[in-house]
Design a protein around this ligand. Structure first.
Ligand SMILES: [Zn+2]
Ligand SMILES: [Zn+2]
Length: 474
């Protein structure tokens, strides 16, 4: 075989690549970069614009998609930054596939959440803002490598950096703009695309120090616990990313079946197969567990991490159904649910003793007021739940509810009558002056506010014009 022939064969075996074959950063680590980051680095490497490169890619994924929107030409452009190309949806699938083909780097799907497709629900998975850890950017620069976006930052549930335990940032500290990395023509990870400031910082002000558990009030203790749990969640997700981003074949194989089998096993072991008990443990609704057990649909990242934390099992094992070695921990009874509850959603409430005779009296007094407050307002002033009020002081609450509604209807009728009278006077005046009754003429006399406040304006004015004409005739 001639040298040329050998060279030909060698060349043929080298995959053709149209884009630079940049090496992905952080594979097999929690610090793995996102496909968005990879795309931005490719743009930089080719010295083109995000617009040019996304057009180049889209034309190969879906010819004509760039120029058309639902069949209409020139209506819409494909906005690469609005698609979660690092997520687990179809955009991620086509982008990871096409970029792998164009760069000949076959590990790009590990820069997305595609390995979780089928078991993790896409709902609420991706953060709706671009976020970053300033300390990670600073560390990148210090170590002499280009700063890059971590895949972990794109996961909405992650509120802190796994490495520095500092809050992720979504706003440039210099120009206060958010989503700075996405809409620009040139995106250099680590620098604000709006003002050009370097976003890395070693300022540790944002460090989320756990508050002292001793001596603080119960709210601050709870906040501290929540911060701890948030961090534990981030660590759990980060450990998962280290596994899903491993380019080793068969390193991570998860599917809906493996996950559901694992959870069935856990519910049986821990709670005798009872949905309600397991739901209480996780701090989710019973119907959530029931629906999910029967429908076998993908589970939200929120629920999966709750299970992993409550049951002390690595996320990767849970998703892959590796629960053979798992044993319920001795302290499995601890109530994570309280701590995991998001602020404002299901706050653990201290049991308070209510003096119902006082509360009933308050409601009765309100019934004697000429301007009664609503049941909700009274409940609020008593720092009590409206539903509880209806449950415990049913008769008084209902009476007040009806009285307040009557009062409001009366007020509305009075207001309407006043408006109609005002309009009628205007109509009579116009008629007397021999002017035609039009909305603009009436508006000049009564003002825009009256016009805008009148319901069924045209019907009302027609009636009034008719009345005014008749009154005049009399
Ligand atoms: Zn960091
Ligand atoms: Zn800025």
């Amino acid at each position: 075989m001639s040298n040329l022939a050998i060279l030909d064969r060698t060349l043929a075996s080298v995959p053709r690549s149209s884009l630079h074959a940049l090496a992905p950063i952080g594979l097999s680590t929690p610090q793995v970069e996102s496909l968005t980051s990879y795309f931005c680095r490719l743009v930089h490497s080719h010295a083109c614009t995000t617009h040019d490169l996304s057009k180049f890619i889209i034309e190969r994924i879906e010819p004509e998609r760039w120029e058309t929107h639902q069949g209409t030409h020139g209506k819409s452009r494909y906005l690469w930054y609005e698609r979660s190309i690092s997520g687990l949806g179809d955009a991620a699938l086509s982008w990871a596939g096409m970029l792998a083909q164009l760069t000949s780097v076959n590990t790009l799907k590990h820069l997305t959440l595609l390995p979780l497709r089928g078991c993790v629900a896409s709902k609420g998975l991706m953060a709706n803002q671009a976020r970053w850890c300033p300390q990670c950017f600073a560390a990148d620069q210090k170590s002499g490598r280009p700063p890059y976006f971590r895949l972990a930052w794109d996961i909405g549930l992650n509120k802190v950096c796994e490495r520095h335990n500092t809050a992720l940032v979504a706003r440039c500290p210099h120009c206060q703009k958010s989503n700075v990395r996405h809409t620009a023509t040139f995106v250099v990870p680590g620098w604000c695309t709006a003002c050009g400031t370097f976003l890395g910082s070693n300022n540790e002000e944002s460090r989320t120090e756990p508050l002292p558990a001793q001596g603080g009030n119960s709210a601050s203790t709870l906040e501290a616990e929540r911060a701890d749990i948030n961090f534990a969640r981030t660590r759990s997700i980060s450990a998962l990313l280290a596994v899903t981003s491993s380019p080793q074949p068969d390193e991570f194989t998860a599917g809906p079946d493996s996950l559901h089998q694992a959870v069935e096993h856990i519910i049986n072991e821990l709670d005798g197969g009872v949905d309600a008990r397991f739901a209480r443990r996780l701090g989710v609704r019973k119907s959530t567990i029931h629906y999910w057990r029967t429908s076998q649909t993908p589970v939200t990242m929120d629920t999966i991490t709750r299970i992993a934390l409550c049951c002390d099992i690595p996320l990767a094992d849970l998703l892959q159904g590796k629960v053979d070695q798992w044993q319920p921990a001795a302290d499995a009874q601890r109530q994570m649910a309280l701590v995991l509850a998001e602020p404002g959603k299901r706050k653990p409430r201290e049991r308070r003793e209510h003096d119902w005779s006082v509360i009933r009296n308050t409601l009765r007094r309100e019934l004697l007021q000429p301007k009664p407050r609503s049941v909700t307002e009274v409940a609020k002033s008593l720092s009590i739940n409206t539903r509880l009020l209806y449950l415990q002081a049913t008769q008084e609450a209902r009476q007040l509810g009806e009285y307040h509604l009557r009062y409001r209807h009366e007020q509305a009728s009075l207001r309407e009558a006043a408006l109609h009278n005002e309009l009628k006077q205007a109509c009579i005046a116009l008629k007397n002056e021999g002017e035609g009754i039009t909305v603009s003429e009436v508006e000049q006399r009564v003002g825009t506010k009256t016009i805008n406040s009148t319901r069924h304006l045209y019907t009302v004015l027609t009636d009034l014009a008719y009345q005014a004409a008749n009154d005049n005739a009399v």
